[in-house]
Design a protein around this ligand. Structure first.
Ligand SMILES: CCCCCC/C=C/C(=O)SCCNC(=O)CCNC(=O)[C@H](O)C(C)(C)COP(=O)(O)OP(=O)(O)OC[C@H]1O[C@@H](n2cnc3c(N)ncnc32)[C@H](O)[C@@H]1OP(=O)(O)O
Length: 386
């Protein structure tokens, strides 16, 4: 789903209606995305060091860059079959489109976190702001964490990895008895945001792979160690890491519209989220191999038969039925639920941490492979879709 000019104009109007100041960092981001969307890559001379305000604005706009480094190298790599000049023009207009899209996305998340949202039920005890990629509420003893990048199918970018970890840490200490993860829009999540691979630090792709492995390990550790019942309400298709992590949840409720897809081999990658251990245990090695090695996409019913999903509901009644169940669970004695989970998880914890470490180390190597680099650049240059 692309953001149309109309969506962009609506978002511009919505910004003016925000009642709370989103803060300087977000305002700079909005400025930069707006300039990139309307004028393209930064074309202004760099302001002097003492011109703080204009320099901050210039830096923010300029940081959106002209070409993602990896995309550029992939275009050069494929220069025998592409005219670079034409490629660059296409990429430049696609950058403007991306900025327009991200602007709409950011404004939508601001409107939901600073104002209200269709996902946030009225009368919420507590609504957490300060998340750019998530919505978080606490109501009826349930902490709800909602992936909130609907125009990107809730792909998990670096910011979102950080915010999910922060949200889980907060949820583990708040007054709720259970925590629910779900997605805003038609997807649960399309997994790792493949543009994460375009932001290459000065140390190059090796440093990028190393940092990503550290982030991934820390991220998955948060799920292994989460102390309260953790439930996924899978509202639509789930891809990649959003599927593998389900093996670490305590219950998974799915809409019959949801699908479960782990196309790691297609992407030149290998399983994460402890799925190399949890999936064979949950569904047996043969079914786990179909998913994790051959990339078979499961329907919600197949995932339920294979034990990955607890229960499937018709999409039309999904929200109502799931929330009825969750509210009933939340009335159970919270300490008993927490301790029962602890007893079940403790015997596995050491193993899960070791599996996580191993999967991340293997992936660090895969991210530097031609198989992976080609698959990601194909996605970014829109030559391949799942
Ligand atoms: C710190 C690093 C940790 C790494 C952990 C390892 C994790 C591994 C994985 O999760 S592997 C799985 C990665 N995900 C994918 O490969 C999915 C890629 N996306 C797609 O194939 C398709 O977008 C789709 C099938 C999910 C949906 O297709 P469609 O319905 O046709 O929608 P669009 O493709 O038009 O998508 C709309 C909009 O969203 C952007 N988008 C969707 N998914 C991703 C993604 N995973 N990464 C980046 N961007 C994504 C898509 O580009 C569109 O944006 P645009 O409108 O073009 O700006």
């Amino acid at each position: 789903m692309r953001a149309s000019q109309k969506d962009f104009e609506n978002a511009m109007n919505q910004v003016k209606l925000l009642k709370k100041d989103p803060g300087n960092e977000v305002k700079l981001k909005l400025y930069a995305l707006f300039k990139q969307a309307t004028e393209g890559p930064c074309n202004m001379p760099k302001p002097g060091v003492f011109d703080f305000v204009n320099k901050a604005k210039w830096d923010a706009w300029n940081a959106l860059g002209s070409l993602p480094k990896m995309l550029f190298s992939s275009i050069v790599h494929f220069s025998e079959c592409l005219f670079i000049d034409r490629g660059l023009k296409l990429v430049s207009s696609s950058l403007q489109e991306t900025a327009r899209h991200n602007y709409v996305d950011l404004v939508s998340s601001l409107s939901s976190s600073l104002e209200s949202s269709s996902q946030v039920e009225p009368g919420a005890d507590k609504k957490s702001t300060g998340y750019e990629t998530l919505m978080m509420t606490l109501e009826d003893g349930i902490t709800k964490i909602v992936f909130n990048r609907p125009t990107k199918k809730n792909a998990i970018n670096t910011k979102m990895y950080d915010e999910i970890m922060r949200a889980l840490k907060a949820a583990s200490k708040d007054d709720s008895s259970l925590t629910v993860l779900t997605g805003n829009g038609d997807y649960y999540s399309s997994g790792n945001d493949l543009t994460n691979f375009t932001d290459i630090p000065p140390g190059g792709v090796e440093e990028k792979a190393k940092n990503s492995a550290i982030l991934l390990r820390e991220f998955v550790d948060c799920f292994i160690d989460f102390p309260k019942p953790l439930i996924a309400a899978v509202n639509g298709p789930a891809v990649g890491i959003s599927v593998t992590l389900l093996g670490l949840f305590d219950a998974v409720f799915a809409s019959d519209r949801a699908t479960f897809h782990t196309p790691f081999s297609h992407l030149g990658q290998t399983p994460e989220g402890c799925s190399s251990y949890t999936f064979p245990k949950i569904m047996g090695p043969a079914k786990a191999t179909e998913m994790l090695v051959f990339g078979k996409k499961l329907t919600a019913r197949e995932a339920c038969t294979n034990g990955l999903v607890t229960e499937v509901f018709p999409d039309s009644t999904f929200q109502k039925e799931v929330w009825t169940r969750l509210k009933a669970f939340a009335k159970l004695p919270p300490n008993a639920m927490r301790i029962s989970k602890e007893v079940m998880r403790n015997s596995e914890k050491e193993k899960l941490h070791a599996v996580n470490a191993e999967e991340c180390s293997v992936l660090q190597g895969r991210w530097l492979s031609d198989e992976c680099l080609n698959a990601v650049s194909n996605f970014l240059s829109r030559k391949a879709r799942l």
